[in-house]
Design a protein around this ligand. Structure first.
Ligand code: NAG
Ligand code: NAG
Ligand code: NAG
Ligand code: NAG
Ligand code: NAG
Ligand code: NAG
Length: 673
């Protein structure tokens, strides 16, 4: 204990010795004193002495100073004022006789303050703006600007104004962010920071791809209208729709920048306005939606049945957008389209959409089309006009032995409905009423079962399911016979020849020879090669006798026939297509009147002629005698008959003659003796 006391004492002695020999000091908390605060300076002299205080060379006020003990003193600064700043000196007159002092500088300040300086700004892009930083503080304040912890340097666009404000010209979006205004007490490490947020707004802009959008109305057509919007803050988009009666038709994407209309209809056309709006401003753009509609043509009837002479009236309404033009066309058989001339007269257009045809004729029948023509496309609807068929023209008739074949020089007018039947009519010259037969249109146009070698009037009329057209002009034809009159010849299909013609009444017998003319009217379009003649006694089991005649034969001669027999003969004409059906003839060979050979015939004839001449001479002589001499047989007859003598007349003797005499026909075997 005694030892430790000793050490402490020695230490304090060394300390005291040390101070006295080292230096004085002023101890205080800090050199910077806030305005209005209190501060205390403690001066330790390090030895005993008389301690006094001075400020900037002037003695301090007594009430500021307080003696602590022989080696230290305090100076109080109460409610510090700016003027209290200065150099404070502590002086000491040591008991040892020497003097010393120590000084200490005190700063009094008013802290920097930003007052009402705003902490955020909103600007519009492109503006020239000033960001103020209003700072108070004493004795003097320095201001610096920082952005993102870096000192902000002035460049051409950003400048520091004298009042410490920051000016930014043509501010843009990239200038947005946090700016720091730092205020520092001049030369003192005392500063404050003020953060200012800068917002740069951009007014909305709206861009569109197409000002006019063209679409075709239809259930498959979806249209999307889009609008590109920019701006800060993000603008809201509002669409103005021409016809907003049914909002459910319109769909939008999440930010409403796209408007979608499904199954566009014509009434969707119009102006669609896209408006973008933020707190700065609003802007809009317009899209014109042009909706075309495919044309439609609607007819009042699809089929019209009109009797000839009546009036057709059919209406066609066309619609679409743009409004289509209406045109009537007629479809020909080969699918050509002919524009109907509605220029007036019998065929005309009424009220712009009614087709009127007065006095309808057969040739008006057929397929018509109402066409709607517009830039959006064409549409057409057909209707068929049906009326009676037309009268056939350029008709010719080709007779066969029992038939007349009609040939048409011009095609038939069917009146818009297929011809189903023909009515064929014929009559002979003696008949008043027509005989008729109706045939299918697919059958050959032939009147059959006529009598050969007879003159007929013939005609026909076509018929469709609406009615019967007029009859063709009457033709007079003669069915085939010898030198049959054929009014008109037409080219026929090549075929086997018609039967040759044999006319029984023209047959002649000479003894047991039969000869008959052979006529061939129709060779079937191919020359006759030869004729086949076959004949036999008309009894069963008799053999045929067959002759071949050359094609230029005009007469058939059959020799060596049996007398008093019935014969049957058949003649066939043959061309390269075959043989005709046989022409048939039955004849009876008469009783031979003489030796029916050429010599016998000549003897008989000579005897007859001699006798005839003799008789004629006799009568001539007798007549001469009677006339000149009143004699002879004639005179005798006259006297006998009249009972008196005719004057100048000679009586003739009774005889067998008259004036004419009696002759026998020559060449008639039946009367020849
Ligand atoms: C403003 O800045 C924009 C780019 O941010 C520039 O396009 C425009 O020309 C500038 N305006 C002026 C007046 O300098
Ligand atoms: C149109 O939109 C409807 C419904 O929005 C959809 O079902 C249809 O497939 C779309 N049609 C086309 C052609 O895109
Ligand atoms: C055509 O339109 C008229 C009036 O616009 C109407 O009376 C008529 O019925 C319509 N015809 C057809 C075939 O639609
Ligand atoms: C229709 O035909 C008749 C007689 O053929 C004639 O009198 C009338 O004028 C015609 N009508 C028209 C509109 O052509
Ligand atoms: C419509 O009809 C007109 C006149 O007949 C023709 O020139 C045009 O090519 C047609 N357009 C279409 C799409 O068929
Ligand atoms: C028939 O033709 C032949 C030759 O083929 C000829 O010799 C004959 O005189 C002709 N007959 C008649 C009647 O023309």
């Amino acid at each position: 204990m005694a030892e430790s006391m000793l050490i402490l004492r020695m230490c304090s002695i060394i300390l005291v010795l040390g101070f006295s020999e080292a230096k004085m000091e002023i101890i205080t908390s800090k050199p910077d004193v806030l305005l209005g605060e209190n501060a205390m300076l403690l001066c330790k002299a390090g030895g005993e002495g008389d301690i006094t205080w001075q400020k900037d060379g002037e003695d301090a006020e007594d009430d500021q100073v307080e003696k602590v003990d022989e080696t230290s003193s305090k100076l109080f600064i109460r409610n510090a004022k700016i003027e209290d700043a200065g150099r404070y000196t502590c002086l000491c007159e040591f008991d040892t006789g020497h003097r010393d002092y120590v000084s200490y500088a005190i700063f009094v300040y008013e802290p920097p303050s930003f007052g009402q300086t705003p902490t955020n700004h909103e600007f519009l892009e492109g503006q020239d703006v000033v960001i103020t930083c209003v700072v108070t503080g004493k004795p003097a304040v320095e201001v610096n600007w920082e952005r993102d912890h870096q000192k902000l340097h002035s460049d051409g666009r950003i400048t520091r104004l004298k009042d410490n404000s920051l000016q930014i010209n043509n501010i843009s979006r990239k200038d947005r962010g946090s700016y720091t205004c730092e205020a520092k007490i001049k030369d003192r490490p005392i500063f404050k920071k003020h953060v200012i947020s800068i917002f740069v707004n951009v007014p909305p802009t709206v861009k569109i791809h197409e000002e006019v959008k063209k679409v075709m109305a239809g259930p498959e057509t979806n249209v999307s209208l889009s609008c590109l919007v920019e701006g800060v803050p993000q603008p809201n988009i509002i669409w103005t729709i021409p016809d907003s009666s049914d909002e459910s038709r319109y769909k939008y994407n999440s930010d409403k920048s796209e408007l979608i209309i499904s199954s566009v209809v014509r009434s969707d056309y119009g102006e669609y306005i896209c408006t973008a709006k933020n707190k700065i401003a609003e802007s809009s753009a317009m899209i014109m939606l042009d909706v075309s509609e495919h044309p439609v043509a609607v007819l009042s009837q699809e089929k019209m049945k009109v009797e000839p002479g009546q009036t057709l009236s059919v209406s066609c309404n066309v619609s679409g957008h743009p409004m289509p033009a209406l045109q009537w066309v007629r479809k020909t058989n080969n699918d050509h389209l002919l524009t109907v001339d509605t220029g007036g007269g019998r065929v005309r257009m009424e009220d712009g959409y009614v087709l009127v045809v007065d006095n309808v004729t057969s040739s008006d029948g057929g397929l018509y089309s109402c066409m709607a023509i517009s830039p959006a496309g064409n549409a057409s609807t057909d209707f068929s006009l049906q009326t009676w068929p037309g009268k056939a023209s350029q008709v010719s008739g080709t007779p066969g032995p029992t038939s007349v074949h009609f040939t048409l020089g011009a095609s038939l007018v069917d009146g818009g409905s297929p011809i189903t039947h023909f009515t064929l009519q014929w009559k002979t010259g003696r008949e008043n009423n027509w005989q008729e037969r109706v045939i299918q249109s697919t059958d050959p146009l032939v009147i059959t079962d006529l009598i050969p070698y007879t003159s007929y009037s013939v005609r026909f009329a076509p018929r469709n399911h609406l009615g019967q057209g007029g009859f063709s002009d009457e033709l007079t034809v003669r069915t085939q016979g010898i030198r049959g009159e054929v009014l008109t010849r037409v080219v026929k299909l090549k075929r086997e020849p018609d039967s040759p013609i044999l006319v029984a009444s023209e047959g002649r017998f000479e003894g047991n020879m039969f000869s008959i003319p052979l006529t061939q009217l129709d060779c079937g379009g191919s020359p006759i090669i030869h004729y086949i003649v076959r004949y036999r006694v008309n009894k069963m089991d008799e053999d045929w006798r067959v002759k071949d005649l050359p094609s230029n034969s005009t007469v058939i001669n059959l020799h060596d026939l049996q007398c008093k027999s019935d014969y049957h003969m058949e003649v066939l004409a043959v061309n390269s297509y075959g043989s005709s059906s046989p022409a048939k003839l039955n004849f009876n060979v008469p009783q031979p009147v003489a030796k029916m050979n050429k010599g016998g015939m000549a003897k008989g004839a000579v005897a007859s002629i001699v006798m005839l001449i003799f008789l004629v001479l006799l009568i001539a002589v007798d007549a001469t005698c009677c006339y000149t001499n009143r004699c002879g047989m004639l005179m005798f007859l006259a006297v006998k008959l009249f009972g008196q003598k005719v004057p100048g007349m000679k009586t003739v003797e009774e005889g067998d003659g008259t004036c004419n005499g009696k002759t026998s026909p020559i060449g008639d075997p039946a009367t020849e003796v």
